[in-house]
Ligand binder design. Structure first.
Ligand SMILES: Cc1cc2nc3c(=O)[nH]c(=O)nc-3n(C[C@H](O)[C@H](O)[C@H](O)COP(=O)(O)O)c2cc1C
Length: 333
């Protein structure tokens, strides 16, 4: 099965489905390998990884498939330069950089033929990155898990804003809130060449998360997340005692130094590795409300594809659809 877009052509993949780089959850070989094998793009999240573990994961994905995969690096991480050196040495096919500017890495990676995607959350940053010469952009909206944009502009709006501003100069991946094939159809309708799925892929056996984290994800509804940590790298997380305490401190105007300490006391690692879903940062997007079961990642890719085809066929004007859809509308009246 192939669904061709500007992004699939750029990345050399069959399906416009990206598994988002997620610290801990995709800081392994298993999840990216399963997604790339199924025709999407698997992404190793280098954020929390030590160099030997990262090298091993890259080798393991390469041994498991000859299809493309990517490595995500948040440029603010400690030791980012050493990670970039390793990625250059390993000649990774695709680099996805977030949380920083493209100048730091672009020339050297383009020089060795790596395709460079840059993560942005606004029109302004999209234009800057495109002007610097990145090959593609991942545009993140307010629904997203992890670090959504500060002003929480929705994916619906920010994707359109970026696509309009770029006028086709650089292909775009939409990120934040996508959890099924209807979401993929929506992303492509907005002018994106693919959708990035984060929260959805946390609910897979391959994700490197404690079972308690995965259970919390499939139990949550779409109103169970909140954003905390404004000013220190705001995150969207499941509501839990840590997030409640943080939100109260923010509402009460606690001094920044104390708030920062409170924010640092809970970590993603506590939730992801130790399963402390009360006191850790249980980062997740609003699409948790659409994720109900733990399913192998390859099956997730195949399900998104089938749902995408059904969603397209169900649109007004499509051959397959007009009848039942019109009947349903009539019945609802
Ligand atoms: C647990 C978690 C960890 C994340 N870690 C990273 C990361 O290391 N680097 C990065 O660029 N984005 C990270 N993100 C953001 C994702 O790449 C992606 O933008 C987001 O998950 C998309 O929204 P969704 O969760 O609604 O699909 C993370 C998201 C989550 C939920």
């Amino acid at each position: 099965m192939r669904i061709e877009t500007a992004i699939t052509r750029l990345l050399g993949i069959d399906l416009p489905i990206l598994q988002a780089g997620m610290s801990w959850a995709s800081s392994n070989a298993a999840l990216p390998l399963a997604v790339s094998r199924a025709g999407g793009l698997g992404v190793i999240a280098a954020g929390p990884m030590r160099l030997p573990a990262l090298a091993e994961a890259i080798d393991a994905v390469r041994e498991g498939t000859d299809r493309p995969f990517a490595v995500n690096i948040p440029l603010y991480r400690q030791g980012a330069d050493e990670v970039l050196d390793l990625l250059e040495e390993k000649r990774v096919p695709i680099l996805i950089a977030s949380q920083g500017g493209p100048k730091k890495y672009l020339e050297r990676f383009k020089g060795i033929g790596t395709t460079c995607l840059h993560v942005v959350a606004s029109e302004e940053h999209a234009l800057k990155a495109a002007g610097a010469g990145v090959d593609g952009l991942i545009v993140v909206g307010g629904e997203a898990g992890g670090h959504p944009p500060t002003e929480l502009v929705s994916t619906l709006v920010v994707t359109r804003a970026v696509v309009r501003a770029l006028a086709g100069a650089v292909p775009v991946v939409a990120s934040g809130g996508f959890a099924d094939g209807a979401g993929l159809a929506a992303a492509l309708s907005l002018g994106a060449g693919a959708a990035n799925f984060g929260t959805l892929f946390m609910a897979t056996p391959e994700a490197g998360l404690h079972p308690a984290y995965k259970q919390a994800v499939i139990a949550a509804s779409s109103t169970d997340t909140r954003t905390v940590g404004r000013g220190f790298g705001m995150i969207r997380t499941l509501s839990n005692p840590f997030a409640e305490r943080m939100a109260q401190a923010e509402a009460a105007g606690m001094p920044a130094g104390d708030r920062r300490a409170l924010f640092a006391a809970g970590t993603l690692k506590m939730a992801a590795l130790d399963g402390d879903v009360a006191e850790g940062k249980v980062e997740a997007g609003q699409s948790v409300g659409l994720v109900r079961l733990i399913e192998p990642a390859g099956d997730v890719v195949r399900r998104i594809t089938a749902e995408y085809l059904a969603a397209r066929a169900g649109l007004p004007g499509s051959d397959a659809a007009t009848e039942p859809r019109d009947a349903a509308v009539a019945a609802a009246r």
